[in-house]
Design a protein around this ligand. Sequence first.
Ligand code: SF4
Length: 326
Amino acid sequence: MTHTDVADRRVLLAAPRGYCAGVVRAVNTVEKALELYGAPVYVRHEIVHNKYVVKTLEKQGAVFVDETDQIPEGATVIFSAHGVAPIVHQNAAARRLEAIDATCPLVTKVHREAVRFAHDDYDILLIGHEGHEEVIGTTGEAPDRIILVDGPEQAATVEVRNPGKVAWLSQTTLSLDETLATVAVLKNRFPQLVSPPSDDICYATQNRQTAVKQLSTDAELVLVVGSKNSSNSVRLVEVAQEAGARDAHLIDHAQQIDEGWLAGVRTVGLTSGASAPEVLVEEVLAWLADRGFQHVEVVQAAEENQHFALPRNLSRHQSATPGTDR
Ligand code: SF4
């Protein structure tokens, strides 16, 4: 491997990076439920898309299941941050499960928009990735009215009942630029296309993309800490490549870094997806420091101070349970 001078080597560390307010709330929900009810607490699907987080919660007593019929009647179930279709709530109620909904409030906002547009008899073009849990949950709010549009190519061919009555919504974790390109195609085809009242791509996704874009003009190698099934993390790799990074990789943890990636590299960009804990970033920084990348500069693209309260039924239990007032 060709080495650069140690004196030239540096890390550009993106800010914001890592946990968003929706992930903090979802992880805290599982931890608080374990504290209040004791193990096991059942969680439908991965609470957030990160292997490390899921394994850590499993060790504490969380049991992750695919469907509510795998949960004993009367037990407690937590729904993940990505949101669920109404049918999942109905199935849980039929099994007398105590449901705690950790759906991110910004996903719930998109669900409400879907319900309102469907009520007003719009066809809803949902921009998103087929099979993603959030898309499945949102589609479940109005399955007869929602049509998935996965990128500009599908936007060019999608058919609707009435071109004069069409609205678009999107998954919260998409690439901002690609979504704008998709919307442009749709607007061209359906001039009366109605937009959501506010951005569906959430603040955390946007800020992390802005930060990685900024550092990718200077970094030859960009490392994104996140799991493969984390949509916003995968988008960060794509944004880095589009912004000029010579090389960009998604890694779950430092052990997945290939030494060969550092050949000829002077500047490494580092960021993490919205579901990746900071401890994993610290491990990558230590790994890089061991290889001469000790100088770290923060690239700050935005300040974040968003906070979401815990789900209401969990807070209720919390205030009704003596000694759990923290
Ligand atoms: S990425 Fe955005 S929508 Fe998803 S949980 Fe975080 S804040 Fe909520």
